[in-house]
Design a protein around this ligand. Structure first.
Ligand code: HPA
Ligand code: ZN
Length: 337
């Protein structure tokens, strides 16, 4: 391991773009399938991993939703979350804001509360075990309709104090942010933060809609914003955080290779970019590996790596005092290493 690799691993960081269902490793998929008596269309862990070759977002989503079918009980959700938090802690993550997709579960008859209670139990356990704090973000599946999203928001009511915000994920092209303008307005009225995937595969216009119609507090991916200089200026001036996912971008063929990833271009243009893992079980690496790969691929120096980690705290939904405390700890680490 290079000096920079070791420095990255110990660097305190927040993860802001992580689909918890995307942290389900094939081994755990088999374990849950066995204990729940669920059939999966794979014979072995190797066979599952071999199937993880994607040419676009939809290719991945098809297999990701199929994989989620093994999640049946609160214990499954808790165990999956704990497996993620154990790995995140080993990668220097001290705070995580995790997404979950309730409709993926409610649509197969698993009540909202099974997912929510299981994840919240895992989050409490991670704080007790690792001192790792976390927040939960409910994502609406954008390929489903507005009414379904409203129903999901209603189902969330009993847990609303434990949910920090709403997000928008799944198939981007053909499902613009405008489709969810009213749902996001309702979420805002409930005091929830708002984030949305935009500009991952979709055009810059979708990022404009996320900003102007959904009034997002944070932009997930946002890569294609770079095609629109006026949009870049708008994002930079407003201090919008972009949750960039380098290995995901390569695996889903949105970026040709890690060597041509635009993370440093984003920083140079004044964008508050962060590094995240998206769906680490499917894309070949957790957040530490995303930092190490992008640093290696783009020849980033220590300063750029530190900026990315600083941005992760600045872009979090933690209160100001907590952000300040994290930044102080980060500065102390940089000073000492
Ligand atoms: N994009 C959109 N939807 C998703 C993703 C993603 O990268 N991961 C899980 N759901
Ligand atoms: Zn994502």
């Amino acid at each position: 391991m290079s000096d920079l690799d070791a420095f990255i691993t110990g660097l305190p960081k927040a993860e802001l773009h992580l689909h918890i269902e995307g942290s389900l490793e094939p081994e755990q998929m088999f374990e849950f399938a066995r204990r729940n008596g669920v059939e999966i269309p794979f014979g072995s862990v190797e066979e599952v991993r071999a199937a993880y070759e994607f040419s676009n977002l939809q290719d991945f989503l098809d297999i990701y939703y199929a994989g989620a079918s093994v999640l049946q009980t609160e214990e499954d959700f808790r165990d999956m979350a704990m497996a993620y938090f154990d790995r995140a802690a080993a990668d220097g993550v001290v705070h995580a804001e995790i997404f979950f997709d309730p409709q993926t579960h409610t649509h197969r008859g698993i009540p909202f509360g099974v997912a929510a209670n299981g994840l919240l139990a895992g989050m409490a356990e991670a704080e007790a075990k690792h001192g790792l704090t976390s927040k939960l973000i409910l994502c609406f599946l954008r390929h489903l309709d507005e009414e379904d999203a409203f129903r999901t928001l209603e189902q969330a009511h009993p847990w609303i104090e434990q949910i920090t915000g709403v997000g928008l994920d799944s198939s981007e092209i053909g499902h613009p942010p405008s489709k969810f303008e009213r749902v996001f307005a309702a979420a805002a009225a409930m005091g929830l933060k708002r984030v949305a995937h935009a500009g991952e595969e979709g055009p810059p216009e979708y990022v404009h809609e996320a900003l102007d119609l959904l009034h997002i507090d944070r932009l997930d991916h946002g890569n294609r914003s770079l095609e629109d200089p006026a949009l870049v200026t708008k994002l930079a001036r407003s201090g919008m955080t972009l949750t960039v996912c380098p290995l995901s971008n390569v695996k889903l063929c949105n970026v040709a290779s890690i060597e041509v990833h635009p993370i440093d271009e984003m920083l140079r243009k004044g964008l508050r970019a962060t590094v995240n893992s998206d769906d680490p079980a499917y894309f070949g690496g957790y957040v530490g590996e995303n930092y190490r790969a992008i640093a290696r691929g783009r020849g980033l120096g220590r300063d750029e790596v530190v900026t990315l980690a600083r941005n992760s705290f600045l872009g979090s939904f933690l209160p100001d005092e907590a952000v300040t405390a994290h930044l102080e700890r980060l500065d102390a680490y940089v000073e000492a290493n």
